[in-house]
Design a protein around this ligand. Structure first.
Ligand code: FA5
Length: 345
């Protein structure tokens, strides 16, 4: 039996060396190592041996099988490498072919505008901070002079997320103004702070209104801060952001947490002030609400309104981005269409 195994192994190795490609190699595998191959047949022949001779013959057969499997694997690898080698060796590097452009990310357009706004207020001496989007009712409303049942709460209806209908309700903030409370409760005047962030409203969406929007809150409190400081600061900041040409306008407005209150609008960039669908035919787009911080709000945070006064404003960043880039619908900012977003590199 030993001779049979040796003859089989020699024949197999000779034929394997002659197998010059993958197909020939596969034919060899079936011929020798396949389930009906020559090795398997020889193994089945062991049954005809006397019982005492079978173990040694079986072990010899297994050794041949292991040896042939090893040389088969080695040959397979060598053939695969040989098939690839000519490509690698002969392929010349063509420097005129276009390269593969790496995918480079970029800041979202709203973040870019935020950076611009922050830089402008940074130049004017404002320190930046941020705060939570999930807020207590007390900070979003009550301490801002909007006690429960105040009708102006309707303007800022929102999504309630905790203690609904009970004291200490938790909600998605409707504006960045609660940061006035948080900062002033923790800081002695003078304060000059700017706070960017997301806010949420229960609101029907259109070209200039989203249910989620970005605002930048700003406020300054010190001795003898006046309305002139408010107008001067905001006018200067808007000129830093937009340049000197764009026309702006202040009008009286009502916010329970300021007295007096104003809003600031910019000439509509779509119709240049003549009136269109984007500006609701007014020629102006409101960009922020502002005013002198109400004495009651100062008292609520422990400041003496006889000693200190301050101004505050809340700017809509989405509207600023629309005006900066001539966009006629702010919903485009959040559709996540890369063809739109890539324009703002
Ligand atoms: C407020 O949110 C006040 N907290 C602003 C304020 C702060 C007033 C400090 C006084 C002192 P208002 O709801 O008007 O106000 O929003 C402020 C700005 O956010 C608007 O001028 C507008 O630019 C933007 N804005 C308001 N609602 C939306 C909306 N649904 N979608 C996009 N932008 C909006």
């Amino acid at each position: 039996m030993q001779d049979t195994w040796e003859a089989l192994q020699q024949a197999a190795e000779r034929e394997l060396a002659a197998a010059g490609d993958v197909q020939a190699l596969e034919a060899w595998r079936i011929e020798y190592l396949g389930r009906r191959g020559r090795l398997a047949q020889a193994m089945r022949g062991l049954g005809q041996l006397p019982p005492e001779a079978r173990p040694a013959a079986g072990a010899a057969g297994n050794a041949v099988k292991a040896a042939l499997t090893g040389v088969y694997d080695a040959r397979k690898q060598a053939l695969a490498a040989a098939e690839q080698a000519p490509v690698e060796e002969t392929a010349a590097f063509d420097v005129t072919l276009p390269g593969i452009r790496p995918r480079v990310g970029q800041a979202h357009v709203i973040n870019q505008v935020m950076a611009k706004v922050m830089a402008a207020f940074g130049q004017l001496g404002f320190r930046a901070t941020d705060g939570p989007e999930v807020e207590w009712d007390r900070n979003n409303f009550t301490l801002l002079n909007l006690p429960e049942e105040h009708p102006a709460r309707d303007m800022w209806d929102t999504f309630y997320v905790g203690n609904v209908g009970k004291p200490g309700e938790v909600l998605l903030r409707t504006h960045t103004s609660p940061m006035q409370i948080r900062v002033m409760e923790q800081t002695e005047p003078p304060v000059r702070v700017i706070v960017p962030g997301k806010v949420y409203r229960y609101e029907a969406t259109d070209a200039t209104h989203g249910w989620m929007l970005y605002q930048v809150e700003g406020f300054a409190v010190d001795c003898r801060v006046t309305m002139a400081d408010l107008k001067g600061t905001l006018t200067q900041a808007i000129q830093l952001i937009f340049g000197r040409e764009r026309r702006t306008r202040f009008r009286c407005d009502y916010f329970p947490f300021v007295e007096p209150g104003v809003d600031m609008a910019m000439e509509c960039h779509v119709c240049d002030g003549s009136g269109c669908g984007v500006c609701s035919s007014t020629g102006w787009i409101e960009i922020l609400g502002a005013g002198m911080i109400h004495p009651q709000v100062l008292r609520n945070v422990g400041y003496d309104p006889e000693e200190y006064s301050g101004f505050a404003f809340g700017m809509g960043l989405d509207r600023i981005a629309m005006l900066l880039y001539g966009i006629d619908d702010l919903r485009l900012f959040y559709d996540n269409d890369l063809r739109f977003l890539r324009q703002f590199r």
